[in-house]
Design a protein around this ligand. Structure first.
Ligand code: HEC
Length: 358
């Protein structure tokens, strides 16, 4: 490991890990080695973010904290942990110009795109693009040397260039004997990857492909947009409790998560009226993970409070009616033996909660 990466790793483990996780896998702040880069995955974008932070968030400007050499070392450490596609940009061009011409990066350089969109998911996806030809440019970070090859669903025509060399060409209209699908050896490092693709004007893009290695590594080239579902941390605001329902692994699906302003989360099961558990210094992380983000439940991050539940002090509840938040306190109203009973949960000290039944 180069000296500055080692230095970056040391600095990371002194400070950044508190929010971004010991293995860059996220916490209060987003993961720094998955595919999703909200603020951009280029070396410039990452350095800018370390320098300037994100005003209004926990991510402060580290310009004033570390000398430049240390900020560069942090950037280089983060970059050294990347794997797969980064800096993905999708450009769309009008179709006519490309008619009858073989796709090359130089051909695309010679004409202006109609649109150019950085894709923070670092996967190709399309909106209503029925028209046009796509050029996808990206960096490919390889952390495992070996023999690689593209597997592309043959729809329309696709050319793929790796560091300027054509490694894949397929076209549903031409004879398969003209197709190219090279196997190539990759060393550890960063490559330029370009995907040039066109489909019939009659349907929207159905481009689909993976890059795979002989040892079984796979990088998806296409995926879904995360729009409307960007990584998010849920916490109560100061002085104000918050109740949410989220899918959390190992908790009943309808569990109510009561987030108290002292960062305590109390999980209440409206099905049986019991408190199932509680955490302090806690928050809900619903940062989606790529590429299986749709399948990943949210998580409670925090320290379990011992003996918080199951709490057997609430017998006889047979139907949950409603909840209500009043300032820092949550009221959970159920029917018990024909009578309304209210479980009241409020913060106690910095790391605990008070539970009463009325
Ligand atoms: C107090 C918590 C905290 C600490 C400490 C912290 N960060 Fe962050 N960081 C965040 C949060 C929160 C965000 C998301 C900001 C936003 O987009 O609203 C973030 C975002 C980032 C991003 C952008 C990620 C993306 O997806 O675009 C980078 C890069 C980053 N932090 C690097 C660092 C580095 C390097 C350090 C250590 C020097 C550090 N952070 C320390 C909380 C923190």
């Amino acid at each position: 490991m180069a000296a500055d990466i080692e230095r970056g790793k040391t600095l990371y483990s002194q400070l950044c890990f508190n929010c971004h996780g010991p293995h860059l896998d996220g916490g209060i702040g987003p993961a720094l080695k998955d595919q999703y880069w909200h603020h951009g995955s280029s070396p410039e974008a990452i350095l800018r973010l370390i320098n300037k932070g994100v005003p209004g968030s926990e991510m402060i400007a580290f310009e004033a904290v570390f000398p430049e050499a240390d900020r560069l070392a942090l950037r280089d450490y983060i970059l050294s942990e990347q794997e797969g596609l980064r800096e993905v940009v999708r450009s769309v061009y009008s179709r006519d110009y490309f008619k009858g011409k073989r796709f090359t990066p130089a051909l695309f350089d010679s004409v202006e795109p109609e649109s150019q969109t950085p894709l923070p998911e670092n996967l190709y996806y399309f909106e209503r693009s029925k028209e046009g030809v796509m050029r996808g440019t990206s960096k490919l970070y390889i952390k495992e040397a070996g023999d690689y090859e593209f597997a592309i669903r043959i729809i329309g025509r696709t050319s793929i260039f790796l560091d300027g060399e054509e490694v894949h060409y397929s076209d549903e209209k031409t004879d398969k004997s003209t197709h190219i699908n090279k196997k190539f050896s990759l060393k550890l490092g960063i490559y330029d990857l370009e995907i040039l693709h066109e489909e019939k004007p009659s349907h929207s893009y159905r481009f689909h492909g993976v890059l795979k290695s002989d040892s079984g590594k796979q990088f998806a080239l296409n995926g879904r947009s995360l729009q409307g579902n960007i990584p998010k941390i849920i916490k109560a605001r100061p002085g104000q409790a918050l109740v949410v329902r989220k899918w959390i692994a190992d908790l009943p699906p309808r569990a109510l998560l009561c987030l108290l302003p002292n960062q305590v989360i109390v999980v209440y099961n409206p099905g049986d009226g019991y408190v199932i558990g509680a955490w302090h210094s806690a928050e809900i992380n619903q940062t989606p993970s790529l590429p299986d983000r749709s399948a990943k439940p949210s998580e409670i991050k925090g320290t379990p409070i011992p003996d918080a539940g199951p709490n057997a002090a609430l017998p006889g509840i047979n139907r949950f009616l409603r909840y209500q938040v009043e300032g820092d306190t949550v009221h959970l109203v159920s029917l018990a033996d024909g009578e309304e009973k209210t479980v009241i949960i409020s913060p106690k000290g910095a790391q605990s909660f008070k539970l009463t039944v009325q």
